[in-house]
Design a protein. Structure first.
Length: 463
């Protein structure tokens, strides 16, 4: 393709550059995605104007990365990252160039970029394509390939190997053989090891947002990057689960990856829980032989998995709230609903899970089942019908405004103090007993009834 259509807003931006005798080009992912006929959400511009010159000719400009030649233009309700043509030197920290040299041409600027598919520019004035590294061809072939030597490119920035893997899952592209080999190179892995855990975590979360996270996650494992940042996963590879009962088709590692595929793509918490939910199985595995037949068990694996999830996510510096939610889902994912459950049993289930976590735990269960055979739970199957029934029963309880925590009781600590029961441990125990009573018998949630019961408990146990 010789040219692309430039959006009208960008043409107006370009008019400001041209009025001041500067050249400007659309670059990076925006050009790549236009060539792939995909919707473009972000625009990046390369220009021969210096950062201070860009700030002089546009009204609202934020110096977001001015040390590296980058500012952000705020215009037409858009934030347009704008970087001066540049070439780069050594990268002592494996992240930033030691210093930046401004370049004269767009071709020089493109030569410093990571992958050929991202080293394409389009003139804002005409839409003419500048493609010195045959990026269009690689896009057509669905190939991720570095600009020049992959060892050199990856040695410059240790995040680039992770980005290559992320792009593979995001775009459905294959990583070119030499490029892939370089990612697993011992020296490059050392470079990647030195990136901040936050940079890896952010890329990892992006991978979990794709249609099939397993594509990128398998590449992380195959290249050795997974072992750097989530070493606990390694024990799951080769940890066999299958026995004559037919519950599992895959080892624990593949089960976790496919479970991620089966979780909702727009729910990061559930996808994280799917990734970690069985990661403790290798530490809890045991086998027993019954009449010559071997049965594999993972008793209490959810506790091991929850502990590993907490440690791993803490190392990756996830927000505490996210860690807490994921660990809770992992710890509770082994619930077993039966039709014989009483209404009180359903209420106890909601109390244990937390009403706010119910739909997440259901999605995690479906993801777990998906991961068993890399296929969704069949609609109308016995397991599907049980989950539908549980969902209906839980929703009925929620609609009834049932007592699901101490705050829902018809009385509180002040009421008990007014009735002569002192504050302290005994009051807390009495409130808990009242709560359990109401869980079994919702009709008891009346102030007079609970005060009477509280007095009886206090006299019987604490006087």
């Amino acid at each position: 393709m010789d040219s692309i259509a430039i959006p009208s807003e960008l043409k107006k931006v370009n008019a400001i550059f041209e009025k001041n005798n500067f050249k400007a080009y659309l670059v990076g992912g925006a050009v790549r995605d236009i060539l792939r006929k995909k919707t473009v959400h972000d625009w990046d511009i390369a220009t021969n104007a210096r950062p201070e010159q860009v700030m002089a000719i546009f009204k609202r400009v934020i110096p977001t990365g001015i040390a590296h030649g980058t500012v952000t233009i705020h215009i037409f309700n858009k934030e347009i990252e704008t970087t001066t043509f540049r070439t780069e030197t050594t990268y002592s920290d494996g992240r930033h160039p030691d210093f930046v040299n401004y370049a004269d041409t767009i071709e020089e600027d493109l030569s410093r970029r990571d992958f050929t598919m991202n080293a394409i520019a389009a003139e804002l004035s005409t839409g003419k394509i500048i493609d010195p590294f045959n990026g269009q061809k690689d896009i057509e072939l669905g190939i991720i390939k570095t600009v020049g030597s992959p060892i050199e490119r990856f040695n410059e920035d240790g995040l680039r190997p992770v980005r290559a893997i992320r792009f593979a899952g995001q775009l459905g592209f294959k990583i070119e053989e030499e490029t892939f080999s370089a990612i697993a190179n011992k020296n490059i892995l050392e470079r990647t090891k030195n990136i901040s855990v936050e940079r890896f975590r952010d890329e990892f979360c992006k991978m979990l947002s794709f249609e099939k996270p397993s594509i990128s996650l398998k590449l992380l494992e195959q290249t050795g990057i997974m072992n750097i940042f989530i070493p606990e996963f390694a024990e799951c590879r080769g940890c066999v689960q299958s026995d004559s009962r037919g519950f599992h088709e895959f080892d624990v590692a593949d089960h976790l990856l496919y479970a991620c595929d089966g979780a909702p793509k727009n729910n990061l918490i559930v996808r994280l829980a799917a990734f970690y939910h069985d990661i403790g199985k290798p530490k809890s595995k045991n086998a027993e032989n019954i009449n010559g037949e071997t049965f594999i068990h993972f008793h209490n694996h959810e506790t091991f998995s929850a502990r590993i999830a907490e440690e791993s996510m803490t190392k990756l510096k996830f927000p505490n709230d996210s860690i807490k939610k994921v660990v809770h889902l992992v710890k509770e994912h082994m619930f077993f609903y039966e039709r014989v459950w009483s209404d009180a049993a359903v209420r106890r289930f909601i109390i244990r899970i937390g009403a706010e976590n119910f739909y997440d735990i259901m999605d995690l269960r479906l993801a777990d089942i998906y991961g068993m055979h890399n296929t969704p739970l069949k609609e109308g199957s016995p397991s599907w019908l049980l989950l539908v029934e549980l969902k209906k029963r839980v929703e009925k309880v929620l609609e009834q405004n049932s007592v699901l925590n101490l705050k829902d009781l018809a009385i509180n600590g002040k009421d008990l103090i007014a009735s002569g029961i002192p504050s302290g441990k005994c009051m807390g125990a009495i409130l808990q007993e009242l709560f359990e009573t109401v869980t079994d018998s919702p009709d008891m949630n009346q102030k007079e009834k609970l005060l009477s019961l509280a007095q009886n408990i206090y006299k019987a146990k604490y006087q």
